[in-house]
Write a new protein. Structure first.
Length: 210
């Protein structure tokens, strides 16, 4: 691949010699592509200008940082890339392994950082995002005095809400500890149902507090 990249680069140079008026345009278009082609490595053995290399906890992966500020993750047994560009084209100023050697912190120039998993090469934030939050609605109802939650209309609205939400839903209704407010929160699979049951309870509390 390196020889192909070099031949391609020489061809571009010759083209630029004969077409000087378009030289700058050609350079802008191919500069990034040429850099990636020339510097890319198909295997761990082809890497050049290695600045630092570290094994992960079980020595199955090697994280390598080169002098151009890039970092990559490799399979130690096969020498193949697990993640060819950990920085996603951002230049690194350094990387630091966690004490358990299961994750690493990548520090970018001029600022920014990211924690990556040393088994997959993926950001820890991406690996840990394994659930989608359910629709949730919270509303506050202010009252002047009394105990609105003991009113029959409110009790009935709460019972109806629990039936509508089913086992997959959650309902939390409580008075505030610092102000005269009833907090009504519902969570469930269906946002319309959640909105409906919260609205029913809020209206019942308002009626009881009137």
């Amino acid at each position: 691949m390196r020889k192909t990249a070099r031949r391609f680069a020489y061809g571009i140079i010759e083209l630029m010699k004969h077409h000087r008026n378009t030289a700058s345009v050609i350079f802008v278009i191919v500069a990034t592509m040429l850099h990636s082609l020339v510097s890319a490595a198909d295997s761990l053995a082809e890497l050049r200008a290695v600045w630092r290399a570290d094994f992960n906890a079980d020595a199955s992966r090697i994280i390598v940082r080169t002098r151009d500020g890039s970092a990559s993750l490799w399979n130690a047994a096969t020498g193949k890339a697990v993640a060819a560009d950990l920085g996603n084209r951002r230049k690194l100023s350094g990387h630091f392994l966690a004490p358990d050697k299961k994750t690493a912190v990548l520090a970018f120039e001029p600022s920014g950082s990211q924690v990556v998993n040393l088994s997959t090469g993926k950001p820890v934030s991406e690996v840990c995002n394994r659930f989608n939050p359910l629709p949730q609605i919270l509303r506050n109802v202010r009252y002047d005095s009394g105990r609105p939650l003991e009113d029959k209309r409110v009790v009935k609205a709460i019972e109806g809400a629990r039936l509508k939400l089913g086992d997959g839903g959650r309902l939390v209704i409580r008075p505030s500890g610092t102000e005269s407010v009833i907090r009504v929160m519902a969570e469930g699979d269906d946002e319309q149902v959640v909105s409906s049951v919260v609205g029913d309870i809020v209206e019942a509390v308002k009626s009881a507090a009137a």
